[in-house]
Design a protein around this ligand. Structure first.
Ligand code: SF4
Length: 230
C-alpha cells in the first residue's frame, strides 16, 4: 500500500473541517466554566469521567472555591469527598490542590498561558494544557483525547497511538489557526457519530473522506472510493 502524501492529507483534512463545521456549527468545549481556574479544575476532573458528570459536580465546587488560593488551602480529605463522584478522586484532588499551590507560588494565582509553564504543574499534560490555551487564551491547541486518538486513526490522518506523537503529526496537517476548532469538531464527531464500538458510517458526513469506512458493515452501497493522491 502506498503511503498518502502530506499534501493529500492536508486537502482531506480541510474538507473534513468544512463538512464538520456545517454539521456541528455549535461545536465547542462541553465543560462548564467561567474563567481559567474553573476550566483547569473541570479538565482535571474530566479524566475518565463524562463532561455531564463533571458539570453536575462543579457548580457547588466553584461556589465554594473561587481563587487558586482557595484550592491551595483546601483540606484534601474534604476536597476528595466533594469530587468523589468523578472517580479517581484521590489523584484528582492531589493534582488540583498541587497545581493551585504552584500557581499561587509561581504565577501570582493566575493560570499561566504558556505550554512550558502549564505542563510542569501536577496532573497537567499536553492535553489539558491545550484545552486551557485554546479555550481561555485563544492560543491554538490541538487536543488529543480518546476521541481524537480513535477518530484521527480511523481517518488515516495518523497511525500513531501515543497522544503526543498524534498531536505533532496533526499539527503538520491541520492549519494552526484551526487547531482548537478541529479538536472540538473531531471530539463532537466522535461522541455523536464515530462511536468507539459502532461508528455510524452510514450517517457520517465525512465518510467519503474516510479510509476506514469500508471496514464497517453499515456503509451504504455506491459510495465512491476515496481517491488518494500520492
Ligand atoms: S466513515 Fe465511519 S469510521 Fe470513518 S469517520 Fe465516519 S463514522 Fe468514523
Amino acid at each position: 500500500m502506498i503511503a498518502e502524501s502530506l499534501d493529500s492529507k492536508k486537502k482531506r483534512a480541510l474538507e473534513m473541517i468544512k463538512r464538520l463545521k456545517k454539521k456541528f456549527p455549535e461545536a465547542r468545549i462541553e465543560l462548564h466554566f467561567k474563567n481559567p481556574i474553573e476550566l483547569l479544575v473541570a479538565v482535571i476532573l474530566s479524566a475518565q469521567c463524562t463532561d455531564k458528570r463533571v458539570n453536575m459536580v462543579t457548580p457547588a465546587l466553584f461556589k465554594k472555591y473561587k481563587t487558586a488560593k482557595d484550592y491551595a488551602k483546601a483540606n484534601p480529605k474534604t476536597f476528595e469527598k466533594e469530587i468523589h463522584s468523578t472517580g479517581f478522586y484521590r489523584a484528582k484532588a492531589k493534582s488540583i490542590i498541587g497545581s493551585m499551590k504552584e500557581i499561587v507560588k509561581r504565577f501570582d494565582g493566575k493560570v499561566p498561558n504558556r505550554m512550558q509553564d502549564l505542563i510542569p504543574l501536577p496532573g497537567i499534560g499536553r492535553k489539558t494544557a491545550n484545552v486551557i490555551l485554546g479555550n481561555v487564551y485563544g492560543i491554538p491547541g490541538l487536543v488529543v483525547d480518546t476521541h481524537m486518538k480513535r477518530v484521527a486513526n480511523r481517518l488515516g490522518l495518523t497511525n500513531q497511538q501515543d497522544p503526543v506523537k498524534i498531536e505533532f503529526e496533526l499539527n503538520e496537517i491541520i492549519p494552526k489557526k484551526e487547531w482548537t476548532l478541529f479538536s472540538h469538531l473531531i471530539i463532537w464527531h466522535g461522541r455523536r457519530t464515530c462511536f468507539a464500538r459502532k461508528p455510524n458510517c452510514a450517517e457520517c458526513t465525512i465518510n467519503e473522506l474516510c479510509p476506514s469506512r469500508e471496514d464497517i458493515k453499515q456503509v451504504p452501497v455506491g459510495l465512491k472510493k476515496l481517491k488518494v493522491t500520492v
